[in-house]
Design a protein around this ligand. Structure first.
Ligand SMILES: *[C@@H]1O[C@H](CO)[C@@H](O)[C@H](O)[C@H]1NC(C)=O
Ligand SMILES: *[C@@H]1O[C@H](CO)[C@@H](O)[C@H](O)[C@H]1NC(C)=O
Ligand SMILES: *[C@@H]1O[C@H](CO)[C@@H](O)[C@H](O)[C@H]1NC(C)=O
Ligand SMILES: *[C@@H]1O[C@H](CO)[C@@H](O)[C@H](O)[C@H]1NC(C)=O
Ligand SMILES: *[C@@H]1O[C@H](CO)[C@@H](O)[C@H](O)[C@H]1NC(C)=O
Ligand SMILES: *[C@@H]1O[C@H](CO)[C@@H](O)[C@H](O)[C@H]1NC(C)=O
Ligand SMILES: *[C@@H]1O[C@H](CO)[C@@H](O)[C@H](O)[C@H]1NC(C)=O
Length: 480
């Protein structure tokens, strides 16, 4: 690829991601932005710097409201129903839930799946899951269905149920791993036997209004759609069979729908400036400030203080940010050809152990990760041209469990990055991440003007002095 082509692609992405989020600017504006940036780049090597400044400005503003995830544009949960056989009054189907999200898993207490039957269907039985309520089955004599509700709600079984109630990929308490961390565990399945339904692909009516809690709010599911039947290979892989009928439902996550405030925040520090840039105050909302716990509180000695609540209400350690989780990025060492950052995660919730936690980070130097010392790392390349996003997660049996708040409630690792001499700088907050997601929820970053900056900087505060120019600059760029 020519360097011009590369630059243009980079600009397109920067423009559409940071400068002109789709709902704020028309596509003409995006194109103008790209054109303007492109010309500016050719004219002036400062253009890239400008893009970064604009990027910083818009990051905090736009990212939280976005419904789709720019770091994982294709991520979703797909629920597929494969009708495996017809029965006298309905069908037996295998239901498969695949989590195609790179770094968002379904953690304990697991998923809850609901839907509305289109006709008067009943569930005769379920293997590998169960309906939470039976409902009114009074009109049945003899065999009583498992669930007669018009809107059944199904949950996974807990590990260790008897073999005759198990099904492949079931019985994990509804916990489903993220695709990036463990594709083999990113699936959950159960088998359902439905009665009073159609008994051919012409008479079966698809369930409506599918809902998914994972475990909280945030997922929106589309309508069920009939798709070509799934094919299965026999165990000797020499024969193919196929479902009698297949439909699937796609559910996507929106943090905006899940909660009013972020659920984590980010703080920064560096070797070149003793200032620690804290999380923004009330980053996760201060409504419950009076319910938080000081570290010397007597509550901490009470038995059962750690017991998670059904509704997931946290018991937070008192902090000025009131976030259950804080991510700290410390720029630690500068070598000739490398630099080193330390990434720690602190848990401030006394009622939560985060198992299989993930941290997705966007930083331009993640294309040259040389070593990650005590986390696992996987590059995420959501747009094939730019390699600036990656996910960190705990090493199995070492730090994959982020323990409840307290002395053990943190994990940390260092990462060694190779410098690209053309882009590397400690100026203007370049060494700090652009986006941080913990468990798939975007964390609030500190405002750019508070980042630790290089003492040697001759122009005083680089970001502050630029920030007044930004509006004019933006206007200029869009109107060239
Ligand atoms: C139903 O089955 C028939 C043949 O078995 C097939 O031609 C038709 O496409 C199927 N319809 C649906 C909705 O799957
Ligand atoms: C879909 O389900 C939700 C929650 O169960 C309910 O509030 C809503 O009214 C339902 N919509 C339809 C069209 O059934
Ligand atoms: C739904 O099923 C069809 C056919 O199996 C498949 O092509 C499609 O990708 C599925 N949808 C999703 C979102 O996976
Ligand atoms: C977290 O895990 C530890 C050790 O497995 C356990 O003792 C503790 O009760 C758990 N805490 C919560 C909140 O589940
Ligand atoms: C992205 O960068 C990582 C190093 O951080 C490297 O291992 C990986 O091969 C790169 N991927 C692409 C598609 O360039
Ligand atoms: C950093 O990564 C990019 C792309 O992955 C590569 O082209 C470049 O040579 C790397 N820089 C160094 C200094 O290794
Ligand atoms: C370190 O950064 C802070 C905040 O950006 C700034 O106020 C301070 O002057 C810097 N310290 C030095 C020694 O430059």
């Amino acid at each position: 690829m020519t360097s011009g082509g590369l630059v243009r692609r980079n600009l397109r992405r920067l423009c559409s991601l940071y400068l002109c989020p789709s709902s704020w600017f028309s596509s003409t504006a995006v194109n103008n932005c790209i054109k303007a940036q492109d010309i500016a780049t050719r004219k002036n090597s400062m253009a890239e710097r400008r893009v970064y400044i604009i990027l910083f400005l818009f990051l905090g503003l736009i990212s939280y409201a976005a419904a789709y995830d720019p770091l994982d544009p294709n991520g979703n949960i797909t629920i597929k129903w494969d009708v495996m056989s017809w029965t006298a009054d309905g069908y037996v189907a295998t239901v498969t839930m695949n989590n195609f999200q790179m770094y968002r898993h379904i953690m304990s207490p697991g998923w809850t799946l609901g839907w509305t039957w289109a006709k008067k269907e009943v569930i005769w039985s379920i293997v590998g899951a169960q309906a939470t309520e039976q409902g009114d089955c009074s009109k049945f004599k003899g065999n009583i269905p498992h669930c007669c509700k018009k809107t059944p709600t199904v949950v996974d079984l807990l590990p260790g149920v008897p073999y005759n109630q198990q099904f492949t990929n079931c019985c994990k308490g509804g916990v489903v791993a993220s695709w990036g961390q463990d594709p083999s565990a990113a699936v959950s399945q159960f088998q359902i036997s439905v009665g009073s339904a159609g008994t051919s692909n012409k008479t079966v009516k698809l369930p409506k209004n599918v809902t998914l809690l994972g475990p909280g709010l945030g997922y929106t599911c589309g309508p069920a759609k009939v798709v070509p039947p799934t094919t299965f290979l026999t165990t000797d892989r020499r024969r193919k069979t196929q479902a009698l009928m297949t439909w699937n439902v796609t559910c996507t996550y929106s943090q905006f729908m899940a909660r009013k405030h972020p659920s984590c925040c980010v703080s920064f520090s560096s070797f070149y400036n003793e200032t620690i840039t804290p999380c923004p105050s009330c980053a996760c909302g201060c409504e419950n400030k009076n319910k938080c716990v000081q570290s010397d509180s007597k509550i901490l000695n009470m038995v059962g203080k750690n017991t998670p609540r059904k509704d997931g209400t946290p018991l937070l350690h008192c902090t000025h940010h009131m976030c259950p989780v804080r991510v700290h990025w410390h720029v630690k060492v500068n070598y000739k050809e490398y630099w080193r950052a330390k990434i720690s995660i602190n848990n401030f919730n006394y009622r939560m152990n985060y198992s299989q936690w993930t941290l997705a980070i966007q930083h331009p130097n993640l294309n040259n990760v040389t070593q990650v010392f005590s986390y696992d790392y996987k590059p995420l390349v959501p747009y094939s041209s730019i390699n600036d996003t990656g996910m960190f997660y705990g090493m199995k049996f070492y730090n994959d469990l982020l323990m409840e708040a307290g002395p053990l409630g943190s994990v940390q690792s260092e990462v060694l990055l190779q410098k690209d001499q053309n882009t590397f700088t400690f100026k203007q907050g370049w060494a700090f991440p652009r986006k941080v997601y913990f468990n798939g929820d975007e964390c609030m970053l500190p405002p750019p003007e508070t980042y630790p900056y290089l003492p040697s900087s001759a122009h005083g505060h680089p970001l502050l002095s630029f920030s007044t120019l930004i509006c004019a600059l933006l206007f200029l760029l869009l109107t060239i």
